[in-house]
Design a protein around this ligand. Structure first.
Ligand SMILES: Nc1ncnc2c1ncn2[C@@H]1O[C@H](COP(=O)(O)OP(=O)(O)O)[C@@H](O)[C@H]1O
Ligand SMILES: Cc1ncc(C[n+]2csc(CCOP(=O)(O)OP(=O)(O)O)c2C)c(N)n1
Ligand SMILES: [Mg+2]
Ligand SMILES: [Mg+2]
Ligand SMILES: [Mg+2]
Length: 330
């Protein structure tokens, strides 16, 4: 990196997509007009070299794409429409201009698909690891409140898509690296780790159909996210182990049933959504989702608060499920 300002000039968008933008990159701060009847939704997640990725697990494009995707995923879990994002990058000398450009290309290819604009950020040097922080801004209609605290006894617990693939893909990448030789199924798992698709269409469908829903995106694993819902709502969640949807590629690749379940419950980074909603609404929702190509799977039910927050139901017997999963300081 020769010059901070030349870098900013290089990554600066040539044009913006959002009509509410007043000032993008190039002033002290960005300015946009809020939209009537909508609430602003804002979140931030960081990815650090060595913790969230290495040069062996993700390509530079994938690092950028994933850093934005995990933030869009948090917006999706609030039912929001993605609009804007800001990027902070701390760059060590071990990263070339070409790699950095590719990181931004990864972000912009994803943001193009969601019509999001890059409207600001920060560029600093770092000693050892690359640190990439994305702030994402979205909007949701007044009244849509998909908070973790909204689960009620009798609700159906569901997930979008399949769970556990990302962790299985990561295990492969940590062993063989990005240029390892993979079977077709293994390759699918690797891609699911590297290029998660945030569930915006599902979030927006829920926002259009549901009045009350507890919703969370799965970054730390099903066990951890279900604990967050149970805790915030003051209820207990009962999850049927056999109902957890697994990708065919996971079934093909991992023989051990307990390993598959371990990936799904504690692996994390699937960036699918876990929700709870009244069972009558769920019956309608599952059909509406399918019309949009989204598969919702019921995986259990919410009950009155019991001794433990989350139970796993295996062959009819209920056992407490530990809040194991990704935890930065454990
Ligand atoms: N260092 C921090 N300072 C302020 N708020 C934080 C910090 N870290 C996390 N949070 C907030 O704590 C909540 C939970 O964070 P986190 O578990 O990272 O959420 P998620 O899994 O959805 O990304 C969020 O509201 C987040 O904004
Ligand atoms: C090299 C490498 N090692 C381990 C992991 C696994 N991993 C890192 S962070 C994480 C959980 C999600 O990250 P976090 O910062 O907790 O996101 P948040 O919950 O805030 O959305 C997982 C499963 C990885 N992706 N890459
Ligand atoms: Mg976070
Ligand atoms: Mg997150
Ligand atoms: Mg986390």
């Amino acid at each position: 990196m020769k010059d901070e300002f030349a870098f900013i000039n290089m990554i600066k968008p040539r044009e913006y997509k959002q009509s509410t933008l007043v000032m993008g990159i190039g002033d002290d701060a960005a300015v946009y007009r809020p939209s009537k009847g909508m609430r602003e939704v804002i979140c931030l997640d960081t990815m650090i070299e060595g913790i969230h990725f290495t040069k062996e697990t993700l390509s530079p494009e994938q690092i950028g794409q994933k850093a934005l995707a995990i933030n869009i995923s948090d917006l999706a879990a609030m039912g929001a429409i993605p609009r804007y994002y800001l990027v902070s990058v701390a760059i060590p000398s071990s990263w070339s201009d070409t790699e950095l450009k590719a990181i931004y290309q990864g972000m912009s290819s994803l943001s193009d698909r969601y019509e999001m604009d890059l409207i600001g950020g920060d560029t600093v040097s770092a000693k050892e690891s690359l640190v990439l922080t994305v702030t994402a801004i979205g909007q949701v209609e007044e009244g849509v409140e998909f908070f973790r605290s909204q689960a009620k006894p009798g609700d159906t617990i569901f997930v979008t898509g399949t769970i556990g693939s990302s962790a299985a893909g990561l295990a492969l990448l940590l062993k063989h690296g990005r240029s390892g030789k993979y079977s077709d199924s293994e390759k699918q798992l690797v891609i699911l780790h590297q290029e998660p698709e945030p569930q915006v269409i599902a979030g927006r469908l829920f926002a259009s159909k549901c009045t009350r829903m507890a919703l969370n995106d799965i970054s730390d694993g099903l066990a951890s996210e279900s604990h967050e819902i149970a805790e915030a709502s003051g209820v207990s969640l009962y999850i049927n182990e056999e109902s957890i949807p697994l990708h065919n590629a996971l079934l093909d690749t991992v023989d051990s049933v307990s390993k598959r379940v371990e990936y799904a419950l504690n692996g994390g980074e699937d960036f699918q959504l876990i929700g709870t909603v009244s069972s009558t609404e769920f019956d309608e929702l599952i059909k509406d989702a399918l019309k949009k190509g989204i598969v919702l799977t019921p995986i259990g039910e919410v009950r009155e608060k019991a001794e433990q927050l989350v139970y796993i139901v295996r062959e009819g017997s209920e056992e407490p499920l530990a809040k194991n999963g990704y935890n930065h300081f454990k």
